[in-house]
Write a protein that binds this ligand. Structure first.
Ligand SMILES: [Zn+2]
Length: 111
């Protein structure tokens, strides 16, 4: 089990990550109209040049979605539990990636 102070550390990491992702998105001009639709960058009219930014934005939005999702679970018993198999996610993995939704075994299988 993670200690309370370790949990606080993870929450701080997630909140900082969320702020960082949001500011990167707003610098790219995607702050205001962000709708968390992971498919929004798939539009076929995207030009090659814009495509690079779109791909970056898509990554940022996906990461932000994971971070917000983890923060939503924080404080409930769902945090730190694999969403696929229900096993506890290893502490070392959570410390490296507090937004992880899957345990390392499931993440490896999902790839
Ligand atoms: Zn799992």
């Amino acid at each position: 089990m993670l200690t309370e102070s370790a949990m606080e550390g993870l929450r701080t990491t997630l909140e900082e990550e969320r702020e960082s992702l949001r500011s990167q998105l707003s610098e790219l001009g995607y702050g205001a109209q962000l709708d968390y639709d992971p498919n929004f960058a798939d539009s076929s009219q995207v030009t090659a040049e814009r495509g690079e930014t779109e791909a970056l934005v898509q990554n940022l939005v996906a990461s932000l979605g994971d971070v917000e999702h983890a923060l939503e679970k924080f404080g409930s018993d769902r945090f730190g539990v694999c969403e696929n198999c229900g096993q506890r996610i290893a502490e070392a993995r959570l410390e490296a990636r507090p937004e992880a939704r899957l345990c390392i075994e499931c993440a490896a299988k999902a790839r």
